[in-house]
Design a protein around this ligand. Structure first.
Ligand SMILES: [Zn+2]
Ligand SMILES: [Zn+2]
Length: 177
């Protein structure tokens, strides 16, 4: 998703594109998620003399694994982020102090900037630390592994559900040494 900022006319320009997973640099199976289908993108560019303000809006579906019941589920996301591109040398960036406003400031010395890495970061940052299939997911029985969303077992009500973390700890305890 390359945009030529130098040739971009002054003023406002809106670009709507549909990007495929490969174009954004996302693998078919990422560690914590899968991107399902394409990413709908709306980009608003506002150019003044030496600055281009870029608003990126994206729509996409992720397949995640619930951290409680371990089931896979799909969720639609809508994210929006602002970036500022300023004409100049890239090294200037390091001389600036990192205030809240400067976090998304990029300098462009070349004519074209690639927005794909920014879109990739937006998607990766939207992946929750502990995904939940539903906010009230009941989890799995730690004894028999029954999915308490689907039904009950003799242990329900007496024990806390197992979580991904407790499963990992359990596994670690079983490792030799
Ligand atoms: Zn769940
Ligand atoms: Zn049980």
């Amino acid at each position: 998703m390359k945009i030529n900022l130098k040739e971009l006319p002054q003023g406002r320009k809106v670009i709507s594109v549909v990007l495929e997973r490969e174009e954004i640099g996302i693998k078919e199976h990422e560690r914590d998620f899968e991107l399902i289908g394409d990413v709908k993108t709306k980009i608003v560019l506002i150019k003044s003399r030496t600055t281009v303000n870029v608003e990126i809006e994206i729509d996409y579906v992720l397949r995640l694994q619930c951290s409680r019941c371990l089931e896979l589920f799909e969720k639609r996301y809508h994210e929006k982020e602002f970036f500022v591109f300023r004409e100049g040398e890239e090294k200037l960036q390091k001389e600036k102090s990192l205030s809240e406003d400067d976090i998304y400031t990029y300098f462009y010395a070349t004519e074209e900037v690639d927005l794909s890495p920014l879109i990739r970061d937006m998607i990766i940052l939207s992946v929750p630390m502990k995904p939940l299939c539903h906010s009230d997911c009941k989890g799995l029985c730690p004894v028999c592994g029954a999915n308490w969303n689907e039904g009950s077992c003799e242990h329900k009500g007496k024990l806390k559900p197992v979580t991904k973390l407790s499963r990992l700890l359990e596994f670690k305890d079983k490792l030799p040494g």
